[in-house]
Every structure is written in C-alpha cells, then in structure tokens.
Design a protein around this ligand. Structure first.
Ligand code: SAM
Length: 277
C-alpha cells in the first residue's frame, strides 16, 4: 500500500481519462468513501475480489488496501495504463482483464469463493446481477456481492410485497439470497454526477428452497409481473399448471402479482417445477 496515493483527480488528468457516457463512467474520487465501500464485504488478506469496471482504479486501490487480491475486468482500454501503475504498486495482487464483463466467464477467471465488488456501469448492472443470481448451481461461486446501483434499482432489489418497487428483481434477489441496502450514495459523490441518487447493495447467498427449478420461477414472475395490474387468473393463464397450483395453495386467483410474497412465488414454482421436466 502506498502511503500517499496520488489524488484521483490528478491521476485522471494525467491519463486523459475524460468520462465516457456510453460506458457508464461516473467515477468516485473520494478515497474515504471508496474505503467505506471496500469495507462493506468484510474482506482482508487472503480474500479474492472480482471487480467490474475499475476505471481509473479508485475502488480497486481501496480493495487492495484491505489486503485482498483483485481480478478486475475493464472494457475501456484507456484506463489500462492507470491500472497498470496500481499493479506495480501491489505486486502479484492485481490481475487486469481487458474485456466485457458480460462476455467473460468470471467464475473461471476468479475461482470459487470470490467476493464481487463493483461501482457498476448502470447500463449493464441489472444484467450482470441477474446473471450472478441465476442458474441452477447453488450456493453460487461468489461469496458476496457489493454493488453500486441507481437508488431506484437498489430499492427494487430489496422491495417488499404491496409496493410499486416489488417485482421480478425482488423475487430473483430474495428467494435464495439476503439483500440489503448497505449505503446510500449522493449523486455529488461521482464525477460527473449522474442525474439520480445511488446506493450500494450487499447480497449474501442464503439456503436454496428445495424442489424449485429457477427457470420455472423466472417464467412465473415474468408472466405475473409482465401484467402486474391484472389478476393472477389472467396474467398466469399462459403458464401450464399455474391456475390449478393457485387453487391447491389456496391463493386467490383474483389477487395481483405484487400482493404475493416471495414465499408464495417459491411455493408456486415448486408446484409447477414437475411440469417443466
Ligand atoms: N470503479 C470506478 C469508480 O468507482 O470510480 C469506475 C466506475 S464507472 C461507474 C463504471 C466502469 O465500468 C467504467 O470504468 C467503464 O469503462 C466500465 N465498463 C462499462 N461497461 C463495461 C463492461 N461491459 N465490462 C467491463 N467494464 C465496463
């Protein structure tokens, strides 16, 4: 760890890193804030971190300062010289991959048990999250997710039933994981400031309910919330077995999607999973 790291504003100017809107670049330059974000997953020496979009490397340095090692994937080749300097400061602790986080096999790159930490580019954040939360294998290859989202997306991840924020994302994030909003982040903390507020979400895997096919649960919530103003008897008409399952489980078919708990969706998906085989 360097005792006095160069101010990030200076480093960005030295490398000519003007923020690209297309790449979702809103940088955080406040080292105290970056240290607070890096502290959320409780990592230290011996831990491995996968970071998406290190940009000029402010969060990367804060993560390295915990003693953890970092594998970082960055799409913008302009950032690589600045990141290479960080590699020199932390020998053997940082591995850089130039590429698209949506296209690489992160599990293969980083290995089981890594923590994922990122100030995500907003245009790909939800797709990356759904990728990490999805799939048959559970517990997943990652140990925790610490991710910056637009506040509105963060609220959808932790939303409870009977709220307008509750939907597919809430069920996907809550049926076998425990998400929480760890820290609100004001828009003025970014350079350039985005139009909306942000928040860091922390997610750890929980036990997976038995007998549920994740693809069935996804199809179910897509149908239910795809027509969230309609009654379930209408929105679930196209899902084989769903209307019978509602009756079996004693769920009134006149209810709307947002009134069902995550547990209700799990129970429905469990009842429907044999239909999918
Ligand atoms: N981590 C830095 C920080 O906190 O200041 C930068 C965060 S900025 C919000 C998002 C970063 O993700 C940018 O550096 C951008 O180039 C990078 N990025 C955008 N799309 C990406 C993708 N598909 N794969 C990897 N990196 C991407």
């Amino acid at each position: 760890m360097s005792d006095t790291p160069e101010p990030l504003r200076q480093l960005i100017a030295r490398h000519g890193l003007s923020a690209s809107k297309a790449l979702g670049q809103n940088f955080i330059l406040d080292r105290q804030l970056l240290a607070r974000i890096a502290a959320i997953p409780g990592i230290g020496p011996g831990d491995r971190v996968f970071e998406v979009g290190p940009g000029p490397g402010g969060l990367t340095r804060a993560l390295l300062d915990t003693g953890a090692s970092v594998v970082a994937v960055e799409r913008d080749s302009r950032c690589l010289p600045a990141l290479a300097e960080l590699e020199v400061d932390h020998p053997g602790k940082l591995r850089l991959i130039e590429g698209d986080a949506l296209a690489i096999d992160a599990a293969a790159e980083v290995g089981e048990g890594a923590h994922i930490v990122a100030n995500l580019p907003y245009n790909v954040g939800t797709a990356l999250l759904l990728g990490w939360l999805g799939g048959e294998a559970w517990p997943p290859w990652w140990r925790s997710l610490t991710l910056m989202f637009q506040k509105e997306v963060a609220e959808r991840i932790v939303a409870r039933p009977d709220t307008s924020a509750y939907g597919r994302l809430a069920v996907a994030a809550q049926w076998r994981s425990a998400p929480r909003i760890a820290m609100p982040v004001h828009r003025s903390s970014f350079v350039p400031p985005p139009k909306v507020a942000s928040a860091v979400v922390h997610i750890v895997p929980a036990d997976q309910p038995e007998g549920v096919d994740p693809a069935v649960l996804e199809r179910l919530t897509a149908a239910a919330f795809g027509q969230r103003r309609k009654m379930l008897r209408q929105s679930l008409k196209g899902v084989p077995g769903a209307i019978v399952a509602l009756a079996t489980l004693g769920i009134d078919p006149q209810r709307r999607a947002e009134t069902l708990s995550v547990g209700d969706y799990v129970a429905l998906a469990r009842a429907l999973s044999p239909f999918s085989r």
